[in-house]
Design a protein around this ligand. Structure first.
Ligand SMILES: [Fe+2]
Length: 305
């Protein structure tokens, strides 16, 4: 078997408003659109996924919260209705997905070997969370690529940010080893919003974009600072700033997906491609891509005699 590899990672946020704005047949509520900047950003990201032809999409979602350990979807086919508990008026989605159980089990085993508490999720009637579903729908609405779903263990919240994110770093490195051993071409999806300060009241028409803007100017400035560093490929600097960004912008990256993805990719100091930025109920969302496959192809070839 050929050695597997991560072909790309995406920052792929999950506000259910984006699915609501798309009006796919799977979602019950109907809209007149909205949040186009972000939805068009996802359209650009989809083209990259299409060109990369991955075997599997791995997603780490803050809204599959597990108190004890890191869990992995472990049922070959899952279906049902996923509802956002905060926005049930916007997201009631009939999902159907295929899980790459072999890779999920390999990730679980590697993470356990790295000293993490892990668990395979074997309940065939499990209701997949709206974060996982929204990210997957927005990046690949055809649902024709198997997935690995990873829970967000709450360690950054009930321990502290440093210890919690150290676990996510180990989880990311374990994921990378599992991908390599199973020979997969894998795309990673970090399902995180950036600044998470949000409005507390929804407009009468949720998709009324005249009401949509950053909730916090300071949070917006933080988002621009972090995005600019990522666009320049200053990954190390971003991770040095991450605890402060999390505290001051209430950034959702605290839940771990962002660290998980970068750890798996080896924290590459390569420019991320920003597909678009926009707010959803005032929170900051960026769709960004780190195309490792393209980066490898552009790297200078070593010439040997
Ligand atoms: Fe969220």
């Amino acid at each position: 078997m050929d050695k597997g590899r991560i072909v790309a990672g995406f920052l792929a946020p999950h506000p259910p408003h984006l699915v609501y704005g798309e009006n796919p047949p799977q979602n019950e509520p109907r809209s007149k659109g909205g949040w186009e900047q972000l939805r068009w950003a996802y359209e650009r990201a989809r083209k990259s996924v299409e060109a990369l032809k991955p075997d599997v999409l791995l997603v780490h979602s803050p809204h599959w919260t597990t108190q004890l350990g890191h869990h992995f979807l472990g049922v070959p086919k899952l279906s049902g209705k996923s509802v956002d508990p905060i926005f049930p008026n916007l997201f009631r989605y009939q999902f159907q997905l295929d899980v790459d159980v072999e890779l999920a089990e390999a990730c679980c085993a590697e993470a356990e070997q790295a000293g993490l508490v892990t668990q395979m999720m074997r309940n065939p009637r499990f209701r997949v969370d709206y974060g996982t579903i929204t990210t997957l729908h927005m990046i690949r609405p055809q649902w024709d690529i198997p997935v690995v779903g990873i829970s967000a263990n709450n360690s950054p919240y009930y321990l502290n940010t440093k210890e919690g994110l150290e676990e996510m770093d180990r989880l990311g490195k374990a994921t990378q080893r599992a991908i390599e051993k199973t020979g997969r071409r894998a795309v990673l999806l970090a399902s995180n919003t950036l600044c998470h300060h949000h409005f507390h009241e929804e407009p009468a028409v949720p998709e009324d974009m005249s009401k949509e803007h950053p909730q916090s100017y300071d949070g917006y400035l933080w988002d621009m600072r972090v995005i600019e560093l990522l666009r320049r490929g200053h990954t190390q600097e971003v991770f040095q700033l991450l605890p402060q960004f999390i505290d001051e912008a209430f950034a959702e990256v605290k839940s771990g997906a962002f660290t998980w993805m970068f750890a798996a990719m080896g924290y590459p100091e390569m420019p991320g491609e920003l597909h678009g930025y926009g707010t959803v109920i005032g929170t900051g969302n960026a769709v960004m891509e780190w195309n490792l496959e393209k980066h490898r192809a552009q790297a200078p070839q070593v010439v040997t005699a």
